[in-house]
Each structure stands twice: as structure tokens, then as C-alpha cells.
Design a protein around this ligand. Sequence first.
Ligand code: SF4
Ligand code: SF4
Length: 161
Amino acid sequence: MAVRVPCLQAILQPGCEIMDDRLQNAFSLLRKIYARIPEFKCRPSCGKCCGPHAWSKLEENSISRYVQEHKIQPQKGFLEPGIPGCPYLSADKRCLIFPVRPLICRLYGVVENLRCPFPIKPRRILSRKDAYRLTNQVVELSGKIFAKIQNEDSFQEWKPA
Ligand code: SF4
Ligand code: SF4
């Protein structure tokens, strides 16, 4: 007898009960990882170091839900002619997805080799090693949630190191 496997795209949509609990759990772990990054207050309407940046599949899912929920229209890149910017940097250079911005955007300005060009001091500077550790945690978590479709137990036991 043929077994019906739900389409991955369909089960990753908001409202799908199969994935929502798992994703909410993963989003909560993701927020815990983000909480380890020192606070940094950017200059208002700056956007100088904004995208395009890479982000994990889990973060992409979180962003896509936020964008749908808040009816945000992705922008065209406008930083410099010919160089595409982040689609979520508004024309007045605000981050349209600030609450769910990905890890790389949170690291900018607070890691020893990702310093802001302006004289703004973070509460604490992270080493490269710290930044790699956080990046690996997000990548690993993202891998677990998507692999979880096949292997539920590996995700249940996963905790950020
Ligand atoms: S980190 Fe610095 S350069 Fe980047 S957006 Fe914030 S203030 Fe601007
Ligand atoms: S997600 Fe926000 S902070 Fe990150 S590059 Fe885009 S506009 Fe900038």
C-alpha cells in the first residue's frame, strides 16, 4: 500500500499542526541562542552593513512567517547601484523584520572581526570563536528541525551547548 508523505512546503506553512509545535519549539530555542548575543544599538536609519546576507533554513522559515503575518513587501536592493541590498531594508533604511532578523545581523557590531564602522560600543565584544559557536548552534538546530521530519528523537534531546 502506498504511504502518503506530506509535501515539505505544505507542512512548513503556518497553521499546519504537524509542524507547528516542532517549529515553535525550535523558534524558542533559536531565541535562546540569540539571547546570548550582547545588545547593540545601531544608528537610526543606517543600514550600512545590511545584506544581502545568508541565513539558515529555520531562520528563513521564521522570517517568512513574520513577513506573511505582517504583510511585509520585500524591497528591491537599493544600497548602491548594481549591488543588491537586503530585501527587508526599507527605503528609509529600517529593518522591516527586526524582531526576527537572522543571526548574522545580530552579530554585526559585536564580534571582534565584525565591527561597526561608527563609534558605537556594544556591551561586550564576542570573539570569533564565540561567533562560530553561535553560528554552529543555529545551523545545527536548523538541521535538526528539518531532519526531525525523519527523526523525531534527535530533536527532542537537542539543547544549545
Ligand atoms: S552595525 Fe553599524 S554600520 Fe551596521 S547598521 Fe548598525 S550602525 Fe550601521
Ligand atoms: S534583515 Fe534587517 S538587519 Fe539584516 S540585513 Fe536585512 S535589513 Fe539589515
